[in-house]
Design a protein around this ligand. Structure first.
Ligand code: ASP
Length: 466
């Protein structure tokens, strides 16, 4: 017999069906036991006569039920549940897997359980309706964006994770090479250079749902690894070409996947950086009309950023990244007027969060080299770090630009969650640990030997630095 989902029970009144799932609750009424059976779609009530097996099993055990779907008498109907009008009278109940005592109750409010415990037992935490909905919404969002871009003639291309450092302003995660002892890959902070190389390759319109790795101190809306919808387009004339694509794509996403939401501005404002700072005191202003309304979405773009800024230590860096095109008419401005130069950069903001950033890129190798020089790179350094890109740009590069909306943050806001961990299946803690798998962890001496690496403890390291 083919299994049906709990939510399909309504369509099978009077028929015998097979259901599989978890025992969400069990109410023992002497001779009769009521079970709320949960599967991926929801819950349905099962009624069974007591028998040794069922009486004994703990909740969250996995069972298979064969039974007849019955309409409940009207006074027993439960209008709060989509299957509250029916119940399944079990003919047989087969226990597929017995659950132990649980570390926490599944349907209890997630805020009542310490996050460390939720993350350690994430596979149980994800059984909760709310968490399951978050994952479903995330999947639907990605599916919509993917279909939209494919229809618009974008090609999805996977770029390597084992790669070389590319500057996005964070520390790299390094991976030691066994075959090239003493050498390291860097996990990409973004596929920025690869996507630009794909423009040189003639792809013209690229996208990728891609993981990015940045070793920074994690905060509420940051993770060591996070997902971007990375986009790059050739032969675009100006920033508007990218902004219009993003505006149309996300407007349609909301209409189709999140119809309960409403957008504050039909045409999203483009706010110059200086105006954002002066008027709102932030480069990611919250433009909602009613901040109490969980369904309001105030999308906007911030444009006209400065090209360079100084870090706390006084070092010059690019506000976005060095590949962003500066708004200059002459290359000499880079050296003579450095701090006044604006960039062809745009940030994508939503309800007070930066949810993406992008730019028109510099495709002239002379200007790109000058930008690296202004940033303090030596000639050798430029060649070593960016030689491949500069060389590629000598073989015919189309003008290009792109953007990378952050999937985690956007889904977090669409699901009204307070942090991105709620919309990531297996997120890391604030200090970068994966509690489900217990990572990072030590490795064997043999593995280190193969990599040509010796582990030293902190004390020894201190000694060595001295
Ligand atoms: N690579 C950039 C980032 O990760 C996005 C872009 O400029 O397209 O922020």
């Amino acid at each position: 017999m083919k299994r049906i989902y709990t939510q399909e029970a309504n369509k099978h009144i009077g028929e015998q069906v097979k259901l599989c799932g978890w025992v969400a609750t069990k109410r023992d009424h002497g001779k009769i036991i009521f079970i709320d059976l949960r599967d991926k779609k929801g819950i349905v009530q099962v009624v069974t006569e007591d028998n040794q097996d069922i009486g004994k099993i703990k909740i969250e055990s996995v069972i298979e039920v064969i039974g007849r779907v019955k309409e409940r008498p009207s006074h027993l109907k439960n209008s709060t549940s989509p299957t509250g009008g029916v119940e399944v009278e079990a003919v047989s109940v087969n226990v597929l897997s017995i659950a132990d005592d649980l570390p926490f109750a599944i349907e209890k409010d997630k805020n009542d359980v310490a996050e460390e415990i939720r993350l350690k037992y994430r596979y149980l935490d994800l059984r909760r309706t709310k968490m399951r909905n978050n994952l479903h919404s995330r999947a639907k969002t990605i599916q919509f964006l993917r279909e939209y871009l494919c229809k618009e003639d974008f090609t999805e291309v996977e770029t390597p994770y084992l790669s070389k450092s590319t500057p996005e302003g964070a520390r790299d995660y390094l991976v030691p090479s066994r075959l090239q002892n003493g050498y390291f890959y860097a996990l990409p902070q973004s596929p920025q250079q690869y996507k630009q190389l794909l423009m040189v390759a003639g792809l013209e319109r690229y996208f990728q749902v891609v993981r990015c790795f940045r070793d920074e101190d994690t905060r509420g809306d940051r993770q060591a690894e996070f997902t971007q919808l990375d986009i790059e387009m050739s032969f675009i004339e100006n920033e508007e070409d990218v902004l219009e694509l993003v505006e149309d794509m996300f407007t349609k996403l909301i209409e189709k996947v999140f119809p309960e939401k409403h957008v504050t501005f039909r045409k999203w404002p483009r706010i110059p950086y200086s105006e954002a700072i002066n008027k709102y005191g932030s480069d990611k202003p919250d433009l909602r009309k009613n901040k109490q309304d969980p369904n309001e979405l105030a999308f906007a773009f911030v444009v006209d950023f400065p090209m360079f800024e100084k870090t706390e230590t006084g070092k010059l860096t690019a506000v976005h990244h060095p590949f962003t095109a500066p708004k200059i008419t002459d290359i000499s401005e880079l050296k003579n007027n450095t701090m006044q130069i604006k960039a062809k950069q745009f940030d994508f903001v939503l309800n007070g969060y930066e949810v993406g950033g992008g730019s028109i890129r510099t495709h002239d190798p002379a200007i790109l080299t000058a930008v690296f020089e202004v940033l303090g790179h030596t000639k050798e350094d430029i060649k070593r770090q960016f030689g491949h890109l500069l060389q590629a740009f000598r073989y015919g590069v189309p003008p290009h630009g792109g953007i990378a909306p952050g999937i985690d943050r956007i889904v977090m806001l669409l699901q009204n969650e307070p942090n991105i961990r709620e919309v990531i299946a297996f997120p890391k803690t604030g200090d970068g640990r994966d509690l489900t798998m217990d990572a990072p962890s030590t490795v064997s001496e043999a593995q280190l030997d193969e990599l040509g690496i010796r582990s030293i403890d902190k004390k020894e390291k201190k000694d060595r630095i001295k």
